[in-house]
Design a protein around this ligand. Structure first.
Ligand SMILES: [Zn+2]
Length: 87
């Protein structure tokens, strides 16, 4: 099944858009996307890229990177280290 905006949020994915022209990049706010497109809107790269525009240069040559949200695992890592060091 293709990803929807809501599924990306549920799965704690983060999306980064980067511009191929000026190398500007930013993290997309999925809650804003959900408001604009609706929770069931398809959210694969070919669905979203035509809707995106670079903040830096206004260009439309934008690529998307999907990655799991690293903040949650970072927290797990920190508490693991605390447990290990006994602090
Ligand atoms: Zn740009």
């Amino acid at each position: 099944m293709a990803w929807t905006v809501q599924k990306l949020i549920d799965d704690h994915m983060t999306l980064h858009a980067s511009c191929n022209a000026c190398h500007h990049n930013r993290q997309l706010d999925l809650s804003v996307l959900r408001e604009r497109l609706g929770p069931d809107a398809p959210a694969m790269a070919p669905d979203l890229i035509p809707r995106l525009r670079c903040d830096g240069c206004g260009g439309r040559d934008v690529s998307l990177t999907y990655s799991p949200n690293t903040m949650a695992s970072g927290d797990i890592g920190a508490s693991y280290r605390r447990a290990k060091d006994g602090r």
